[in-house]
Write a protein that binds this ligand. Sequence first.
Ligand SMILES: O=C(O)CCC(=O)C(=O)O
Length: 292
Amino acid sequence: MTAGVTVHEAVDQEMVRGFHRDGFVVVGDVLSAPEVAAVLAETERLCAGELGRIAGADTAPAGLSGDELLRQFLCIHQPHKVSSLVREVMSAPRVITALTKIIGPNIKAMQSMVFIKASGKPGQPWHQDEFFIPTRDRSLTAAWIALDDVTVDNGCLWVLPGSHRRGVLYPDRVQDHPDFDCSIEAYDFPYEDQDAVPVEMPAGSAVIFNGYLLHRSLKNSGRDGFRRALVNHYMSAESLLPWGQVPEGVHVAKHDHRDVVLVAGTDPYAYKGLADLTSAHTRPDKDGGCDR
Ligand SMILES: O=C(O)CCC(=O)C(=O)O
């Protein structure tokens, strides 16, 4: 330990060093057991449509409840748009403490996703989150919070340690592997599947990872049960966010998606106001085919 540095500071420095070296870090106990139970109950309410419309959920058969209902959903995007609880969890103190050490004092969130992934449901192939959510300063960072104990068997996240460091976005292509959902996959990167490590964690823990880190998840091959996770995406509030539909007449480099939630510090662009641009929606499940 460096002289004049407290134990807490030394632990933080080690966490930040690990994040920059590997592209990810696991933080334990970001949610307590009762908090996890509350988010799981909220997930059921989301699926039942009790919190507001979830676009795409209308295809679930009526009258289902409990596990039968949950099995109809692979993932719900932007649940924070209808759930004040999910919005609150975006600011979970242990996540924000870690993020401020990694990103800086001013942080905004632009995306939430709740994965439900019942047994037999597919994972998501190799990808880098910055391919989908581009920031100008490469500050995109995910907090993937386990809501069940996540294991290789039930389809935990896998990461390629250090794959963020080159700062390259690899090419992506359509894939139709039976173990993956309809998402496109990154390819032609200098890593092998054997280099990947599984991120197994107890419920309530989070893996925080860099937007350039290659990661994927495999099918839930458990005999029953779910592999649920709440994933929130954050970035530095100083950076513009050229994400989503670019309004007519605005150059893409000046585009700034303002459907964001400030979770730490101050927003230098507060003068622009906020916008309501996204809404809660389901991710297509392969059972229904991929819409290509
Ligand atoms: O949880 C999963 O199965 C995939 C999540 C993921 O890759 C992501 O949040 O970027």
